[in-house]
Design a protein around this ligand. Structure first.
Ligand SMILES: Nc1nc2c(ncn2[C@@H]2O[C@H](COP(=O)(O)OP(=O)(O)OP(=O)(O)O)[C@@H](O)[C@H]2O)c(=O)[nH]1
Length: 216
C-alpha cells in the first residue's frame, strides 16, 4: 500500500514506497526469503530496495549485497544494538530513517523489504514503520509453533511456513501444521515455502502485488 506524501518543497505530492516487514525466529529463513523475493519482484518489474537489521553487525546486508541479485547501494543495514524488536516496534526511528533515505536516493522505488533480526515468537512490527508485515517460521522449529499462538504467528499480515522440504526429516506433519496455523489466524493468509528451491515464492509475490501494491 503505497503512501501519498505531501512533501515540503515538492510541487507535486509523491507516492512513497510500500514498506514490508519480514520477521521471525533466528534461522527461520528470513534472509533466504529476501534472496528469493528480490529476483521474483524484479522479474515483475517492481522497483525495490532492502533494509536488514542485525544485532551488532551488517552480516545479512553484506550477504545480500554480495549475492549479485540487487544493486548493493539499494541495501541498507541497521544495527539494532539491542533486542531486534526494539528497532522494529518500540522505537523504529532508525529503520524509518533508513527507508526515507532509500526513497530519497531511489525516487522510483515502489517496495522496501525490511528484514528484522531474528527474534522470538512475540516480535511484531510497528505500523508506523511497515504497511504490511510477514512472519517467517520453519518446520524444523516444531509443528507446535502455530498452536502456541505468539503475536507474530497470530497478527502478521502473512504467516510464512518455510523449510517445508525438511518436514519428513524432523517428523513434522506439514498438513496438520498448516491447518493449525489457519485455525489460529482466522482469515489471515498462510503460505508454505522452500527457500532453498524457491517453492511458494510466486504466491507471496502475487499477494504483495494484490494486497500491498494494488497491481492486480
Ligand atoms: N532446507 C532448507 N533450508 C533452508 C530453507 N530456508 C533457509 N534455509 C537454511 O536455513 C539457514 C538459516 O537461513 P537464514 O536465511 O540465514 O535464516 P534467518 O532467519 O535470516 O536467520 P537470522 O538472520 O540469523 O535470524 C541457512 O542455512 C539456510 O540455507 C529452506 O526452505 N529449506
Amino acid at each position: 500500500m503505497s503512501r501519498l506524501l505531501l512533501n515540503n518543497g515538492l510541487a507535486q505530492p509523491r507516492i512513497a514506497a510500500a514498506r514490508v516487514g519480514i520477521g521471525g525466529p533466528v534461522g527461520s529463513g528470513k534472509t533466504a526469503l529476501v534472496e528469493c523475493l528480490i529476483p521474483a519482484l524484479v522479474a515483475r518489474g517492481i522497483d525495490i530496495a532492502v533494509i536488514t537489521n542485525d544485532l551488532v553487525t551488517a552480516e545479512d546486508a553484506e550477504r545480500i549485497r554480495r549475492s549479485g541479485l540487487i544493486d548493493p547501494a539499494r541495501v541498507s543495514a541497521v544495527e539494532a544494538g539491542a533486542c531486534p524488536h526494539t528497532v522494529i516496534r518500540e522505537d523504529p526511528t532508525l529503520n524509518i530513517e533508513a527507508a526515507d533515505e532509500l526513497e530519497r536516493r531511489f525516487p522510483g522505488v515502489e517496495l522496501i523489504l525490511l528484514e528484522s533480526g531474528g527474534d522470538n515468537l512475540a516480535s511484531t512490527f510497528s505500523r508506523d514503520l511497515t504497511d504490511f508485515w510477514m512472519f517467517v517460521i520453519d518446520v524444523a522449529g516444531g509443528d507446535d509453533i502455530p498452536r502456541k499462538r505468539g503475536p507474530g504467528v497470530i497478527r502478521a499480515d502473512l504467516l510464512v511456513i518455510n523449510k517445508v522440504d525438511l518436514a519428513p526429516y524432523v517428523g513434522v506433519d506439514l498438513e496438520r501444521m498448516y491447518r493449525d496455523a489457519l485455525n489460529v489466524r482466522g482469515d489471515r493468509p498462510v503460505l508454505l515455502t522452500n527457500c532453498r528451491r524457491g517453492d511458494g515464492i510466486e504466491s507471496i509475490v502475487d499477494l504483495l502485488e494484490r494486497e500491498v501494491l494494488f497491481k492486480t
